[in-house]
Design a binder for this molecule. Structure first.
Ligand SMILES: Cc1ncc(COP(=O)(O)O)c(C=O)c1O
Length: 447
């Protein structure tokens, strides 16, 4: 029996898969490619904004750009007046270049380069200061107007975090900001937590609201907090996920590889995306009487959030061509025309688990599923897109396509590499309105 983890059904993806467009694109592009769906991004953004509105909380959504490099998504942010969270000079340049206004950017990440701080200050971006020495570098900038800053809080619930300022450093930073007068505008505080839990986010947000009140006593503006990202994506049903975790063992993987369940992304999440924001706003911080939403309103504090993965839920997929298939005892090895670096989960001792879909161009299933792992077109034994022996309805054959669903959030390009002089998979933007999906390049290819 093959171990399976079906992605949640998605009518838009099914329509694209059934349209015949993907084989045409594979033929035209001559290699693997990703497709992205900006309309999905728009819908996810709208859902977050609706939750803020319904809770009566003033807020702003910043797309964490690191989750996908496609131009299409930042263009949608520019169009919708959404913010973008950038963590490098390159990301800042990209966002500005695609029309996002400097004042709609938040700059995150540790020990930001002087170049990044300088341009951020000139553009009026909000800078989440991560350390005392970074604050000193900000105070030495000489922009025409005060630099807008947040102070990033070290999360005591995650004591191994390498980010943020602890209590003592925050106290000192507040005094430095107050003394700096017109050089900085201290707008509030920020955090980003690992994991997807609701209550720790509500607790820390509550703490930051109190910090805002303390900072105001020093004459600082302190009227907003950022709760970062970490809104889960629900890739599969609870039943499939539980069954997968209970069943998986080394024999399910090529080379008897073993994965620790805790290293997998939580592919099922009972509360995901904008619903997670709703739950955070409804939770009482640190056992307080009322919900976080009330606390924010009462204190006049605006809520900023930086979702990456959740804004990209269902907003794209990755398509590889099958180049060859070989049989091994009891299973096969499919080799595709790209590498595992175009599917980034192996960063985390893990792999991307939702089942890839095989497009055969019409060959019918006869007999039991054919189990096969999926290897990359490289000379590395460890270059496996999927170590798991996936149960394909028929034995894959050269020329078939493998479509990995729902890969826009982090999978497509975080690790991509032109190893072996293989070209990076291009991205095409699909527009699903109308009788047949239409496509364009995300970026015009260099001629
Ligand atoms: C500061 C910050 N904000 C936002 C995010 C986005 O997180 P996610 O994609 O889980 O929403 C990250 C991810 O690392 C981050 O470090």
């Amino acid at each position: 029996m093959a171990l399976t983890l079906p992605a949640r059904p998605d009518p838009v993806h099914e329509e694209i898969l059934g349209s015949g467009l993907l084989p045409e694109l594979s033929h035209a592009l001559g290699g693997p490619f990703h497709f992205v769906l900006p309309e999905r991004f728009d819908a996810n953004l709208a859902a977050f904004r609706t939750v803020l509105d319904e809770a009566g909380v003033e807020g702003k959504v910043y797309f964490a750009k690191k989750a996908n490099k496609a131009a299409a998504f930042v263009e949608r942010c520019a169009h919708a007046g959404a913010g973008v969270d950038v963590a490098s000079h390159g990301e800042l340049r990209e966002a500005l270049g695609h029309g996002v206004r400097g004042e709609d950017l938040v700059v995150t990440g540790p020990a930001k380069s002087d170049q990044l701080l300088h341009v951020a200050a000139l553009q009026g971006a909000l800078v989440a200061v991560d350390s005392p020495d970074e604050l000193e570098r900000v105070l030495r900038l000489d922009p025409p107007r005060p630099v807008r800053v947040l102070l990033r809080r070290f999360p005591s619930s995650q004591p191994m975090s390498r980010f943020g300022l602890d209590d003592r450093q925050l106290d000192a930073a507040l005094v430095r900001c107050a003394e700096a007068g017109e050089r900085v505008r201290m707008e509030g505080f920020s955090f980003h937590l690992s994991g997807y839990a609701v209550q720790p986010r509500a607790d820390l947000a509550g703490e930051l609201v109190e910090l805002c009140l303390r900072a105001r006593v020093l004459g600082l503006q302190a009227d907003r907090i950022s709760i970062g990202g970490g809104f889960a994506v629900d890739y599969t049903s609870a039943e499939h996920w539980q069954a997968f975790l209970a069943a998986q063992r080394p024999d399910d993987y090529h080379a008897q590889k073993s994965f620790t369940a805790g290293d997998f992304y939580p592919y099922h999440s009972p509360v995901a995306g904008a619903d997670a924001l709703r739950a955070i706003l409804a939770a009482s911080p640190n056992g307080a009487a009322g919900p976080l939403a009330d606390r924010l309103r009462d204190a006049g504090v605006m809520l900023l959030l930086e979702p990456g993965r959740a804004l990209l839920a269902g907003a794209g997929a990755s398509v590889f061509g099958v180049q060859g298939v070989k049989d091994r005892a009891g299973y096969g090895i499919v080799t595709v025309d790209g590498t595992s670096l175009s599917l980034s989960e192996q960063w985390f001792n893990s792999e991307y688990l939702p089942d890839p879909v095989l497009l055969t161009g019409g060959r019918q299933a006869v007999g039991p599923p054919y189990r096969a792992c999926v290897g990359g077109a490289s000379c590395l034994d460890s270059d496996l897109l999927t170590w798991r022996k996936v149960g394909f309805p028929v034995r894959p054959a050269a020329g078939d396509l493998l479509v990995y669903p729902n890969t826009a959030g982090y999978q497509m390009d975080s690790n991509e590499s032109p190893f072996h002089d293989l070209p990076l998979p291009p991205k095409v933007v699909l527009n699903s309105t109308g009788a047949r999906p239409r496509w364009r390049f995300d970026r015009r290819p260099a001629c």
